[in-house]
Ligand binder design. Sequence first.
Ligand code: MN
Length: 498
Amino acid sequence: MLEQKNYKFWFCTGSQDLYGDEVLAHVAEHAKEIVEHFNQSGVLPYEVVWKPTLITNELIRKTFNEANADEECAGVITWMHTFSPAKSWILGLQEFRKPLLHLHTQYNEEIPYDSIDMDFMNENQAAHGDREYGHIVSRMRIERKVVVGYWKDEMIKQRIAGWMRTAVGIIESSHIRVMRVADNMRNVAVTEGDKVEAQIKFGWEIDAYPVNEIEECVSDVTTAEVNALLDEYYSKYEILLEGRDPEEFKKHVAVQAQIELGFERFLEEKGYHAIVTHFGDLGKLKQLPGLAIQRLMEKGYGFGAEGDWKVAAMVRLMKIMTQGVKDAKGTSMLEDYTYNLVKGKEGILQAHMLEICPSIAEGPISIKCQPLSMGNREDPARLVFTSKEGRGVATSLIDLGNRFRLIINEVDCKKVEKPMPKLPVATAFWEPLPNLYTGAEAWILAGGAHHTAFSYDLTAEQMGDWASAMGIEAVYIGENTNIRDFKRELMLGEVFYK
Ligand code: MN
């Protein structure tokens, strides 16, 4: 499901022809060496492709346009090894439409004190050339990432790797298609929004279908297919009967297996990557899709509940951005449910009625079958687990009427103190940074929702860079947040993002 293009990033070195052929030969050699080092490091998630040194307006313009046209190119990395007069970059930059990274590095790590002369200075002057280039990018108000440091430094490679994931998120955002089953939950505000504007800003296509059209696809799934998937469930998960008759229990689980297969077929046939459901509008479906949705999310689909298409698209986006992360800890929709307000143990219990992605699970995953306290359907089967510890990022994309805002909160995920044997849903538990009090106050002031798109495998920086590329406001709630400055930031946003 999460199949992606074989994305590559172009490495374009800037120079000019004033220095003579020998210097230009060195520039090209050095750039090739850096590219080879990046590709062999195992740190970067995508391949870097060396491009011939850019020294004229014509070549710069041609290269950027070729990058635009190349479907596998997800962005360009630029570096001015020597001085490259920046007016020669104007036309190329003006026409470039993909993510841009300005790598501010230098071939040599240390000043060669004993041998340094003016020839060396002229050949190795990124400190000089990169400022000329940076100036024109700023003057043209072009969004780009700047990464500074020695190219062999692990930290630099990590930052480039993080940006590559954001760049792929930027490119892939325009391919996200969300399938909505039914409409928004009645009277709920935060899950609503302007879908036309979302398509203009982010490229998302968001379509609604009558639930019974999808249900037809579900009822077409054969008993043999359902039984095969049931076998997989029963071998993969613990079965927690909790006093229920095993055969009756299995019938309930079979309903979810049928929904999983039917929904997946519908999504594949029609080319959708994210799903939205609504517990109050289930048509002929026998159960609220629970276990089925959890499994689809694990396969890479986005999901939002109660009509929440923004969260569905964000979860899908974050799954794209985290594809292939080594030792990934998971990405899911979550919902702020209930607090622990005991001093020193503060936190928010995250859950949903059913639909939490098992990619965030730690320890055993069980199937339970319990009544849903809302709606009028039979008891749905669901996967139950607790989640991993560690730092994560919770995001909420909201529509403020005239614009979108992305709220980004770093959170520390913890274990709850005691088991919760009567709770029939998957959970996570986190303390927002800088602490529950300031974190929740800032979140509420910013207008953040109760549903979030969450990942352990992305950073606030990556999500903020994505928002910048989309031209929308991003507000960060983290270690250094204080309410006075945060309110000022929101006020400035009102002026800036019209
Ligand atoms: Mn909800």
